[in-house]
Design a protein around this ligand. Structure first.
Ligand SMILES: *[C@@H]1O[C@H](CO)[C@@H](O)[C@H](O)[C@H]1NC(C)=O
Ligand SMILES: *[C@@H]1O[C@H](CO)[C@@H](O)[C@H](O)[C@H]1NC(C)=O
Ligand SMILES: *[C@@H]1O[C@H](CO)[C@@H](O)[C@H](O)[C@H]1NC(C)=O
Ligand SMILES: *[C@@H]1O[C@H](CO)[C@@H](O)[C@H](O)[C@H]1NC(C)=O
Ligand SMILES: *[C@@H]1O[C@H](CO)[C@@H](O)[C@H](O)[C@H]1NC(C)=O
Length: 655
């Protein structure tokens, strides 16, 4: 890939402007891209593709800048003003832990020593990080980068078979576990030992470990450069990030050095992340949003990354205030939770000027800015595995709701690389093909179409799109050929977007078998498989349904019960059995929120159940207002009455 191509590809993901045709800003951005991309490529050729070198550069440039800030939740609630370590206790609920770049670097080197000499970690290994949001996550991650090992970021909620699967597909050899999130892996330990006897599980003692890592007398290990995978190129794997996408078990999305660097350099530039910025993230670090678009830009520019252990609507602004955040990361749900919560004394007592993330909906966008005193919203569209991202840093009135807003120049370049195509009216998962030419057709203005991203070198697609680790089939399924001309190749985003008359892009919906709920992807077929395992279900169809005032779609399972369970008097038993099963076998976000027990599922002639008929199920009582539908209230399914439906819509009852 040439420098220019690289630059062009990067430009695609970016834009700056607040008005329609700011070519001047486009030019500035393109200059920035070229100025960073070229040295990056040169470094790759010199065997220094790793982000580690950029991190070290920041450390030496800004040793005394704050690198990591952590409002650590106090386990025992309100307590004295100063704890035994001498930490000041703020607002009774947190004490603030902070590390400068120098301190962070030293801790990383001390941990590297331990990993290398006590645990035998090498550059050939993939090591799972099973950790909540806290400094230890970042220390562990960068120690692995120092050694040259590949970190695999486990979602610490994953358990049972999916967890075994995650370890297996990534060829994980050791797992380092944070005691605060050890339950799921503890529960799965015997299964892991049985199926993957070579995987070593290490439960860390965080308190002890942090003491050791800050002990200046402890040895450090800065791995020699020739051991840090000097053969890596720009598109080599730097980390594995699991996605819960499409079908079945999680897949390990490959992050490349290029992505880590691009995200850091350009995303950081667009979001105005500078050496005195402070980015608070309450999004899980095991996702690419927080890791690649939060931590990486911060540590490239000398900024501070503030980690919140867990998102909490009641303490979010307090944490923003305590950590001194200038930027926050969001997903749409989080913004809604914050808006739905009671006025908070700290909601404007912070220095946050930019909130960036994805999924902020148009209907709450202005209120969010207004109420929390946020000047700029950096809405973007990206996915863990997609080669490019789009952004819209929005101030003022223009561009509300959009996830891409370019100036005219970048618009022109991107029209070659990112396109929306018409979908088949018969099957809205398929790209429509012109019957005469067999080629796809661009979607009209304001018409939703799937976003495709061009794979620059169709013969060597992994240069653009690295796909999923050890899963060629899934990787290839994301690539579509012969789209606009014979021989071309495009990455399928799997998302419907539309473009308005001003050329702004808007997210519309997710395609196909997955839907988003609580910012996770739920795979309908995975849920159906689990339901099939309950012994009371003959067949089921799972779809996502919209619930007013909620982001995404909630899982709705239509259940065709075994004959002996059809009668209404048996429903309670069926529901209890289902819950008992899915409570253990599915992650919480995937447990169906609504269930209807009926005989209405009919397979079509090709044995595929036409799901569309279920996609717009009407709540609470169906199209004719007399269906019996159940909803998950806490940990049991109950009849969905008009009253409970009102409570759900108003947020008084929680889904
Ligand atoms: C799996 O990891 C080990 C190191 O832990 C490595 O030696 C081996 O080659 C890896 N296997 C594959 C298929 O990548
Ligand atoms: C906000 O910024 C000002 C000026 O830099 C600083 O004095 C103040 O302490 C900051 N407030 C918070 C909550 O970080
Ligand atoms: C959801 O799916 C998208 C597209 O496949 C992926 O990029 C994203 O990381 C997934 N989200 C989660 C939480 O796994
Ligand atoms: C289960 O579903 C299949 C497929 O729709 C159907 O043919 C069969 O009769 C059902 N069996 C029972 C016991 O209901
Ligand atoms: C659901 O699972 C959790 C643990 O994963 C357990 O504490 C809870 O009791 C279960 N609920 C029911 C109703 O079985």
């Amino acid at each position: 890939m040439s420098g220019l191509e690289l630059a062009a590809a990067a430009v695609l993901g970016s834009q700056l402007l607040d008005a329609k045709y700011h070519v001047k800003d486009d030019v500035l951005l393109i200059r920035k891209v070229v100025a960073s991309a070229v040295p990056f490529l040169i470094n790759c050729y010199r065997g220094r593709a790793s982000y580690w070198y950029y991190f070290e550069k920041t450390v030496f440039k800004y040793p005394n800048n704050l690198a990591v800030s952590f409002p650590r939740p106090l386990k025992d609630g309100p307590s004295a003003k100063i704890d035994e370590n001498g930490y000041a206790i703020y607002d009774d609920q947190f004490h603030l832990e902070q590390y400068t770049y120098k301190e962070l670097y030293d801790m990383i080197l001390r941990l590297s020593y331990i990993l290398k000499f006590d645990y035998g970690v090498t550059a050939e290994q993939t090591i799972a990080v099973d950790c909540m949001n806290k400094p230890l996550f970042i220390i562990l991650w960068f120690a692995l980068w120092n050694i040259g090992a590949v970190p695999a970021f486990l979602n610490f909620n994953t358990k049972d078979k999916p967890l075994v699967h995650c370890l297996k597909i990534a060829n994980v050899s050791q797992v380092f576990i944070d005691p605060d999130c050890q339950e799921p892996i503890k529960d799965t330990e015997s299964l892991i030992n049985e199926e993957l006897p070579n995987v070593k599980l290490h439960y860390m003692n965080e308190v002890e470990l942090l003491k050791v890592l800050s002990d200046k007398t402890r040895p450090k290990h800065r791995a020699p450069d020739h051991t840090r995978r000097p053969e890596d190129s720009d598109h080599s794997c730097c980390a594995l990030i699991y996605t819960s996408g499409t079908t079945g078990f999680p897949k390990a999305g490959i992050m490349s050095w290029r992505k880590a660097f691009m995200a850091a350099a350009f995303f950081g530039y667009i979001m105005k992340i500078k050496k005195n910025s402070n980015i608070l993230t309450a999004m899980p670090l095991y996702h690419s949003t927080a890791a690649m678009l939060g931590v990486c830009p911060a540590l490239l520019s000398g900024a501070c990354v503030s980690v919140s252990q867990k998102f909490s609507a009641t303490t979010f602004w307090t944490q923003a205030k305590l950590s001194g955040a200038t930027h926050i990361q969001y997903v749409g749900e989080v913004c809604r939770y914050l808006l739905n919560s009671k006025p908070h004394p700290d909601q404007r007592a912070h220095n946050v000027t930019i909130a960036y993330g994805n999924g902020l909906r148009r209907d709450i966008w202005p209120d969010f800015k207004e109420r929390f005193h946020i000047q700029g919203i950096g809405e973007f569209y990206a996915s863990t595995e997609s080669p490019i991202a789009t952004t819209n840093l929005q101030y003022g009135e223009f561009g509300i709701g959009a996830c891409r807003k370019y100036g005219a120049l970048i618009n022109l370049i991107t029209s070659l690389q990112q396109r929306l195509v018409k979908m088949d009216p018969e099957d809205d998962n398929e790209i429509y093909r012109d019957p005469k030419t067999g080629l796809a057709i661009l979607a009209d203005r304001n018409e939703p179409g799937e976003l495709l991203m061009k794979i620059l070198n169709a013969k060597n697609s992994e240069q653009t799109f690295q796909g999923y680790y050890g899963n060629k089939k899934a990787t290839n399924s994301k690539i579509v050929h012969d789209v606009f001309k014979k021989g071309d190749a495009w990455f399928r985003s799997g998302d419907l977007l539309k473009m308005d008359d001003d050329g702004l892009l808007y997210f519309v919906d997710r395609l196909g078998d997955t839907f988003r709920w609580k910012s996770e992807n739920v795979s309908a077929s995975e849920v159906e498989n689990e339901l099939a395992g309950t012994k009371v279900v003959n067949q089921s169809v799972v779809v996502g349904v919209r619930v007013p005032n909620h982001e995404g779609r909630a899982g709705f399972a239509v259940i065709d019960p075994k004959d002996e369970y059809l009668d209404t008097t048996k429903h309670e038993e069926v529901l209890a059995k289902i819950y008992d099963h899915v409570n253990h076998s599915l992650p919480k976000y995937a447990v169906p929120q609504f269930i209807k027990i009926s005989r209405e599922i009919q397979a079509s002639h090709n044995h595929k159940v036409p799901k569309n008929q279920f996609k717009n199920l009407k709540l609470p009582k169906g199209e004719l207002g007399k269906d019996l539908i159940y909803w998950l209230n806490g940990d049991r399914y109950e009849e969905l009455t008009e009253d409970s439906w009102l409570k759900i819509m108003s947020g008084a009852s929680k889904l």
